[in-house]
Design a protein around this ligand. Structure first.
Ligand SMILES: [Fe+2]
Ligand SMILES: [Fe+2]
Length: 378
């Protein structure tokens, strides 16, 4: 079992500038000769040196994958492909019965609103990575994992849609909740604000203010949006699953959680790399505001989701778990814990996230969880 408290391996330090080898030392490709012997001896462009690559603001050829500066990013891509699935792989039959005959009104409220939040969130996550983040990366091994992430976010949206269709819920009503329910809307509005601030076409990350804003947006999406809000966002459904309810939906969410854990880990790794290479750190006051704003939004959301506790789950547990996981994300980023003393209110949540194929944790079909070897979670 993975120990979440293991420190991440340190980011690769900024290397000293190394001049490119002289062009004359490189032989031309066969058949690429020009009109003269002198022209044939000169390469069309200098070869890429991995040490010149940068996460952002790099100038190396973005179309050339290797040599790798970030081999861990390539491993993330390979690992992501081991967690391949579609929502059609999971039997939802029992969920239909559970939803209409076993859930209480309060539990249906929890289920519907969890889906209502997640549907819109995953589209936001997809747009953030695909439209705002990828284009700013200057190393292809980072972009390739992010391309896979874009696909996974759309797969997650399909999964929620599959749950909604299978149960015959009113799609228009569910999808519009994020607009009309203030406490769902508030979380989405925070994410939209961060995304809008890094979607402009004129952003130049050589500008320190733009770089700091991009860093904060990336930290928000990786560490909070994916690392806390998603990570914690599935737990109300896992609480039902622990009582033998809505196990198909919960199994779907287990697959998604695996993806999200990797998205968070990768994003934190990239932001650490950016901080190291660009010698940039978030403004401490802005960071404090990030934690406070997202904690307040999450607690208000939890109070809406659970005005009264359901069996085995409550708004108080949900909010405390947010603070506990937020501390972990801060440590992974190399920052101070924002909520000292927060306790692990839902110890079973980490077990869900770390589920390996040999462990049939809640008697669901996790034996086919991967199509390859063991996942690693660095
Ligand atoms: Fe997602
Ligand atoms: Fe994600």
């Amino acid at each position: 079992m993975l120990n979440w408290e293991d420190p991440l391996t340190p980011a690769v330090p900024h290397p000293p500038a190394v001049p490119h080898p002289p062009a004359a030392t490189h032989a031309p490709a066969p058949g690429s000769g020009g009109p003269s012997a002198e022209a044939a001896a000169a390469p069309a462009a200098a070869p890429v040196d991995a040490r010149d690559k940068r996460a952002v603001n790099g100038a190396t050829d973005i179309n050339q994958l290797a040599p790798f500066r970030y081999p861990w990013a390539w491993k993330y891509f390979l690992n992501a492909n081991r967690n391949h699935w579609t929502p059609l792989d999971i039997n939802m039959g029992q969920d239909v019965h559970d939803y209409f005959h076993r859930l209480t009104v309060e539990e249906r409220h929890v289920y519907d609103n969890t889906l209502a939040y997640l549907t819109t969130s995953d589209i936001l996550a997809m747009r953030n990575i695909g439209l705002a983040v990828m284009e700013k990366m200057t190393a292809p091994e980072l972009q390739i994992y992010q391309a896979r992430q874009v696909y996974e976010e759309s797969l997650h949206t399909w999964t929620y849609q599959h749950c909604i269709e299978t149960l015959g819920l009113d799609q228009g009503e569910i999808y519009n909740r994020y607009r009309v329910v203030p406490r769902i809307h508030a979380k989405i509005a925070i994410a939209n604000r961060r995304l809008d601030s890094v979607l402009r076409p004129d952003i130049d990350l050589h500008d320190r203010a733009e770089l700091e804003n991009f860093l904060m947006a990336y930290i928000f999406f990786a560490a909070v949006f994916e690392g806390c809000w998603f990570y914690n966002g599935f737990s109300p459904i896992f609480a039902l699953q622990r009582r033998g309810l809505m196990k198909g939906t919960a199994e779907q969410f287990q697959y998604i959680l695996r993806d999200e854990v990797m998205h968070c880990g990768f994003g934190i790794r990239v932001t650490r790399q950016i901080m190291e290479e660009e010698r940039v750190r978030p403004d401490p006051r802005a960071l404090r505001e990030l934690w406070d704003e997202t904690e307040a939004a999450e607690s208000a959301y939890a109070d809406y989701l659970l005005p009264e506790p359901i069996l085995g789950y409550s708004a108080e547990l949900h909010s405390e778990q947010f603070r506990y996981v937020a501390n972990r994300r801060a440590r992974q980023l190399g920052f101070e814990e924002p909520f000292p003393g927060a306790r692990n209110a839902l110890p079973w949540l980490d077990e869900q996230a770390n589920l390996r194929k040999e462990k049939n944790f809640f008697e669901t079909r996790v034996t086919e969880y991967q199509t390859g070897g063991a996942l690693t979670w660095d």
